[in-house]
Ligand binder design. Sequence first.
Ligand code: NAD
Ligand code: DAU
Length: 370
Amino acid sequence: MTLKRNIIITGGAGFIGSHVVRLFVNNYPEYHIINLDKLTYAGNLANLQDIENRPNYTFVKADICDYDKIRELLQHYHVDGIIHLAAESHVDRSIKDPFTFAHTNVMGTLTLLQAAKVYWESLPERYEGKRFYHISTDEVYGALQLTNPAGDKTGRGPYGDQFFTEESKYNPHSPYSASKAGSDHFVRAFHDTYGMPTIVTNCSNNYGPYQFPEKLIPLFINNIRHHKPLPVYGKGENVRDWLYVIDHARAIDVIFHRGRIAETYNIGGFNEWKNLDIIKVLIKTADRLLGHPEGYSSDLITYVTDRKGHDLRYAIDSTKLKNELGWEPSLQFEEGIEETVRWYLNNQAWMDNVTSGDYQNYYESMYKNR
Ligand code: NAD
Ligand code: DAU
């Protein structure tokens, strides 16, 4: 019998967070899962409609930067685990508004750490049985060289030999990745200074249902659906390592329960794609599912000014996670991307709700008076 636990998942109304909340609520009926989210533009409670009435689930609208509120919630719910996903997550927004990223990602994480420290240290058992698990990104490691732009090299990395490992040096380039790097350092500092039982994971690009349509994959699927231009930054040659979001949630489950304290684990799919190639797959798949002739949407590709400081290549080596905890991606990319395109096309109401802004009324109508 698994022990009862009270776990706060921050950012649970966002893309990855909603999959993590769903997985924990479904897989662990004996746990109480508290979804703590401020509901910024990226938070959408409709992502969790299917589980919102479960007895082991509670939603709390709160800001991770609000120390007193966090401290009160930790005590009220006797929280023994924190899985921290809340963040500002979009690189383009960070280039326009770096302050918000420093505030939420660095100060918000520090606020959570300090509140957890004060609460856990007030208990007789202190840190025993506790866990602070921080979700971070591969972008903190900077960018890798693209030594083989053709992408036809056989072996582990089609585009180059270098990979990000847990020992890779931090070298963030965007305000987003700099703010995530800052938050990672604070988490490790709380272990090293106070003995807090922390874990950090750094994951590659996620794709799948419920992603906000500012990110490449949902934005482009929606634009293909409406026959609107597909804005490719630069020449479309940047390489990303894509992982199905439910495989990330599975990794978080395994690491939360069996990962070693104070360790870092990299999470990735050994699945590198050049942007232009992934865009061609999206066009081909969406056109087929929409009943258009092959190549119908190809003329929507529009080359636009490159993102400032655009990292060339990311590729994660997740061997440590596989060897230590036996985690591997469960889904082949071809299968995952087909499911994803199908999901966005079949869930047009979800997409319309997000693009119209109506999703922001969900909390008022469904939760305010609970
Ligand atoms: P997202 O933008 O979809 O969701 C972020 C969530 O955090 C939203 O629900 C938002 O309302 C909430 N939030 C923002 N500021 C808050 C605050 N001050 N207080 C409480 N809640 C707040 O993000 P995502 O893509 O799901 O990413 C989740 C986490 O995973 C982030 O920490 C991100 O850095 C990390 N990550 C993302 C990816 C990816 O590909 N999306 C890959 C690796 C790591
Ligand atoms: O690597 C993990 C990171 O992946 C996460 O930490 C971030 O939170 C997440 O947003 C994601 O960052 P990216 O910048 O890689 O994702 P995005 O979807 O914004 O862009 C993917 C690639 O596509 C990138 O090379 C930029 C390019 N792009 C993006 C958009 C939105 C375009 O060419 N056109 C676009 O319109």
